[in-house]
Design a binder for this molecule. Structure first.
Ligand code: GAP
Length: 441
């Protein structure tokens, strides 16, 4: 990475500034569980809302749904998840620590206890989170927390076609939580057992799948640029035969250069008619689509672009994180600053209002400005500590603009706007602020 970011630096900043906290911390935490704090939740919402607008509401060929997390367990049998949704697992015979067999060299040393060559044979471990519905805990009450969003879109396909009257090609999108009993979660919010996902199933005529696969792969790349990820920070990896998920005939992973290595960020899969066909067989319901042009009935094929939300937050933060030498408030002096160069649309606060001191006459000017701007943008108000420290704090949380109200403001009815990235300052009349931000945010 070119910006010196490490996972230690990022997790420390995330915690101290209220982006992401360790989960259940007062009880000593819970391994690999994380909570989004006040700024993290804003960043995540900004990402999710931008995604929904870009891929759903601004398109005529897409609709959304919000399906239940717990579905009829027959769904997961038909989709192959109860039998195929597995990772290969080995266990150290000495300390009983479990590892994913595809992530370690099983002829090597246990990283937990140092035992050599002491791993069990690899066996498949199912990732679905099992639970029981109601008061009895037997086979008849078994249910699963969904392991992927996709099945909601597949089982609702006939109803969506009927009610939305969309014609192929079109997509069904969904955002929500998924659950996987991961063997080796870790690396902050990269791999957790509950995580947030946004994805869509794009239904196409089988003859057109290649065209749509390329189209959506390009759209995914341009979405990444929108998040502030640079082109040299990610690579496309074609997943070979034998390594793809059980439902996929072609998969390309978009991998990111994380501080802990090059790993998956997003994926796009060609799921063929695998899911609709299986649901048609197992449910007995007709899952075919009737082409109104020629009255031909067929099962559409599916292109599935999938975007992990937590990984989106992670790469947005990693890509924005910058350490640089910058001038201080003192004439001619510099020091090093951390600045999150977040895209403006994603920044938790767009504007910070900073009265130069706590004097009531400055507050009397600054507070109405904050109130007015808050009607359109998310605004922070900070009057504690020196102005230099407050600038640095806003830099660290990625606020694009700081507005300083000083004693001259009382006479010239103007304020200073400081740009986060260039640190350039401009003097603007208070009456013109809304118009200025309208043009710049
Ligand atoms: N419906 C397809 C599907 O679920 P996947 O590759 O298994 O595909 C989709 O998962 C995306 O979810 C991944 O590309 C990644 O961004 C994210 N993801 C997967 N497992 C995750 C985990 N344990 N923690 C956080 N994000 C995860």
């Amino acid at each position: 990475m070119s910006n010196n970011v490490t996972m230690e630096k990022l997790t420390a900043l995330a915690k101290s500034r209220g982006f992401v906290y360790p989960g259940s911390e007062i009880y000593g935490g819970l391994a690999n569980s994380w909570d989004y704090g006040p700024l993290g939740v804003e960043l995540k919402r900004n990402i999710v809302e931008a995604w929904w607008k870009r891929f759903v509401t601004s398109r005529k060929d897409m609709v959304g749904i919000d399906a239940a997390i717990i579905m009829n367990p027959k769904v997961w049998d038909a989709s192959g998840h109860t039998s195929e949704f597995t990772d290969p697992l080995v266990e150290c015979k000495k300390c009983h620590t479990r590892f994913r067999a595809d992530q370690i060299d099983i002829a090597s040393t246990c990283t937990n206890c140092g035992a050599k060559d002491e791993f069990t044979q690899s066996k498949n471990f199912n990732l679905m989170f099992k639970t029981f519905l109601g008061s009895t805990e037997d086979d008849s009450s078994v249910a699963y927390l969904r392991g992927e969003l996709a099945q909601g879109m597949f089982v609702d396909f006939p109803l969506v076609v009927q009610t939305s009257r969309k014609r192929v090609p079109f997509g069904i999108a969904q955002i929500g939580k998924c659950f996987r009993n991961e063997i080796t979660p870790g690396n902050f919010i990269f791999r957790t057992r509950e995580f947030n996902l946004m994805e869509f199933e794009y239904f196409v005529n089988p003859s057109e799948w290649e065209k749509w696969f390329e189209y959506w792969l390009n759209e995914m790349k341009s979405w990444l640029l929108f998040l502030g990820v640079k082109e040299d920070q990610f690579v496309l990896t074609e997943i070979p035969d034998g390594e793809r998920a059980h439902y996929s005939k072609r998969t390309v992973d978009i991998e990111y250069h994380y501080p802990f290595g090059q790993k998956e960020l997003y994926g796009i899969a060609y799921r063929t008619d695998f899911d609709l066909k299986n649901h048609m067989e197992k449910s007995g319901k007709d899952m075919r689509y009737m082409d109104p042009m020629n009255n031909e009935k067929y099962i559409p094929h599916v292109i599935e672009p999938t975007f992990g939300i937590d990984r989106s937050v992670l790469v947005t933060l990693l890509s924005a994180y910058t350490e640089e030498e910058a001038p201080t408030a003192e004439e001619g002096e510099t020091d090093s600053r951390i600045v999150l160069k977040l895209p403006k649309a994603l920044a938790p606060f767009k504007i910070a209002i900073l009265p130069l001191s706590k004097k009531p006459e400055l507050n009397a000017v600054a507070e109405p400005i904050a109130e007015k701007l808050r009607a359109r943008w998310s605004v922070d108000y900070d009057e504690t500590q020196s102005i230099g420290k407050r600038y640095r704090r806003q830099d660290e949380i990625g606020t694009p603009y700081c507005v300083t109200v000083d004693f001259d403001s009382l006479n010239d009815h103007a304020v200073t706007i400081r740009d986060r990235d260039s640190m350039k300052q401009v003097r603007i009349k208070i009456d013109e602020l809304e118009q200025w931000f309208g043009a710049n945010l």
